[in-house]
Design a protein around this ligand. Structure first.
Ligand SMILES: C[S@@+](CC[C@H](N)C(=O)[O-])C[C@H]1O[C@@H](n2cnc3c(N)ncnc32)[C@H](O)[C@@H]1O
Length: 258
């Protein structure tokens, strides 16, 4: 990392360990932001960040990039839905699910909708975590724009959302199924006994070493037979080395189970 002072500042202020993030991409992102706020060098930038809380917050958002939407890459979610039904048998087993790096909640609520449809109301445990507490607060409110729900079928919108002033508010019934919690995939320890872990569009920012560490910890956190669902650009090339089997295009399975 070229920006050692910014690196220290970010770790102290936001608790974000930039050493684990891909260097080139990150430097580009930091440089583009510095340019936008007119910072001359690292010292000047840190001075601006300390002085201006709005810029400070924008910088944190810029680093954590919390773009999300319901049924992101819809075909893949439909494939996941089929695998959940066939492999995890949600109508029989009570599943423990984790949406890791869940951003604004669109992802865990998508999972809650899928589970509701597959099980006709049987309750499942859905944990949703992110490093960013601001986005978690928004996630708990469950208020979305038309753009966030553009991949959701009309009948599902009618069933699971209330429309108010051009906002789409997720139903309480779905909201209650998701437990949100702050969690850092790099620094924090993981819960265990998951049947399904969904971790999408976050490891792309991490170094290979960090990715491997995260996937190993996921493996440990999964029950035998459990599934791991990753993002559309995040194929795990060394999945065999990590102990996984391939169960779908972007779905991996821990061997074992029934
Ligand atoms: C692009 S969003 C992905 C959201 C969702 N998973 C999806 O695919 O639509 C990336 C999220 O990762 C979170 N994030 C970044 N670094 C993280 C870390 N070390 N631990 C946990 N979450 C992190 C960000 O705050 C952001 O909300």
């Amino acid at each position: 990392m070229e920006f050692s002072k910014i690196d220290n500042f970010v770790l102290k202020e936001y608790g974000l360990d930039l050493k684990a993030y891909k260097s080139k991409q990150l430097i580009r992102r930091i440089e583009s932001f510095m340019g936008r706020v007119g910072a001359k060098d690292e010292e000047d930038f840190i001075y601006i960040l300390k002085k201006d809380s709005a810029i400070n917050k924008k910088f944190k958002d810029h680093l954590t990039i919390n773009v999300s939407e319901f049924f992101r890459n819809k075909e893949m979610f439909l494939e996941l839905q089929r695998k959940i039904k066939d492999i995890l048998k949600p109508e029989v087993n009570t599943l423990k699910i984790w949406s890791a790096a869940c951003s604004n909640g669109a992802e865990p609520y998508t999972l809650a909708i899928i589970m509701d449809r597959l099980t006709l109301g049987k309750k499942h445990e859905i944990l949703a975590t992110d490093i960013d507490t601001t986005i978690l607060e928004a996630a708990k409110k469950g208020i979305y724009t038309k753009n966030d729900i553009k991949n959701v079928d009309k009948d599902l919108i009618e069933k699971y959302f209330k429309v108010e002033n051009e906002n789409y508010i997720i139903n309480d019934n779905i909201k209650q199924r998701v437990k949100f919690k702050k969690h850092d995939l790099i620094l924090d320890s993981y819960e265990s006994n998951f049947d399904l872990i969904v971790c999408r569009n976050v490891v792309i920012y991490f170094t290979q070493e960090t990715k491997d560490k995260i996937y190993k910890k996921f493996f440990e956190a999964m029950k035998p037979g459990a599934l791991l669902f990753v993002g559309a650009t995040e194929s795990i090339f060394n999945y065999r080395e990590l102990g996984f089997e391939k169960a779908g295009t972007f779905i991996y399975q821990k061997p074992g189970g029934k």
